[in-house]
Design a binder for this molecule. Structure first.
Ligand code: ZN
Length: 283
């Protein structure tokens, strides 16, 4: 059966999303099965529920690093989102505002759009002051539509807020902990930007789901064939920071072949004073 706009509105309204809310949507269109009107229908459903005073945010990450994307440069106006058809549909809306971050830009529509994307370039990709951190501070929601917690950028925000002891281990394994991203301006002039605290592997974030589920902060439902998780961003941050305070490595994956998690665990455990102080979870 085709998923319609009315059905999407019915589901998200039932699970607590209302007019005026701020929602960060992570999604997989194909997971839903057949959607009447495609990605735009999903975007229309969300903006209709959120109304004039609501805000919708999507990741439009471009991963413009040498190690991930062979330096495909980020251009604010033209580089497509690497985060699926729904995020690309938001980016292409005339009213969308995209943040100017060379690796982890987001696009936002609505009342707080400008505020949410502001100064992203000055922050760690998903760290303090980034759009996902702001989401947790203004009572926003995370909606995972057809994707799991391993695609929840807010868990990376928690790693950064907790200052877990492995943050400085970058993908390119430099001693500085910096990865270089490349961006281009309208004239095609390329520039290289130093990025700190680049998010690592997120396969281990499925363990975060277990913790969040036990604390009862995830609402589960279905839309078409897709599983949906809805949660308040501040609940996620509070609970994951609490967990990281007692076990700073719990978000790293357990795959022995995973190079970055292996390097991060090894570096972090060798670092003197690696275990963060409990008080660091305040925000
Ligand atoms: Zn890993």
């Amino acid at each position: 059966m085709k998923v319609t706009k009315d059905r999407i509105i019915e589901v998200i309204s039932h699970y607590g999303i209302q007019r005026g809310d701020v929602v960060a949507l992570q999604s997989s269109l194909s997971s839903m099965g057949e959607v009447e009107g495609g990605a735009d229908t999903v975007v229309n459903a969300f903006t209709e529920v959120l109304g004039d005073r609501g805000t919708l945010i999507v990741p439009t990450f471009t991963y413009s690093f040498k190690v991930w994307n062979d330096f495909q440069p980020f251009n604010l106006l033209v580089t497509p989102s690497q985060c699926g058809a729904i995020s690309e549909a938001v980016r292409l809306r005339p009213e969308a505002i995209r943040s100017n971050h060379p690796s982890h830009s987001v696009a936002a529509i609505g009342f707080f759009a400008r505020e949410m994307v502001k100064d992203h370039i000055k922050c760690a990709p998903l760290g303090k002051g980034s759009p996902y951190h702001k989401l947790s501070q203004i009572g926003g929601f995370i909606v995972l539509l057809g994707v799991g917690q391993d695609r929840n950028p807010l868990i990376h925000t928690c790693e950064s807020l907790a200052q877990v002891p492995y943050l400085c281990v970058s993908w390119s394994n430099t001693k500085t902990g910096i990865d270089i991203a490349r961006s281009s301006d309208d004239n095609g002039t390329l520039s290289e930007v130093e990025v700190r605290e680049v998010p690592g592997c997120s396969k281990g974030f499925v363990k975060a789901e277990i913790v969040l589920r036990e604390r009862g902060v995830i609402q589960y439902t279905k839309m078409g064939n897709a599983n949906i998780q809805v949660m308040k961003a501040e609940n996620v941050v509070d609970i994951i920071l609490e967990k990281l305070a007692s076990d700073p490595f719990f978000l790293l994956c357990d795959d022995k072949e995973c190079q970055i998690c292996t390097r991060r665990r090894k570096y972090g455990k060798a670092k003197p004073g690696a275990v963060p102080v409990k008080g660091s979870s305040s925000h």
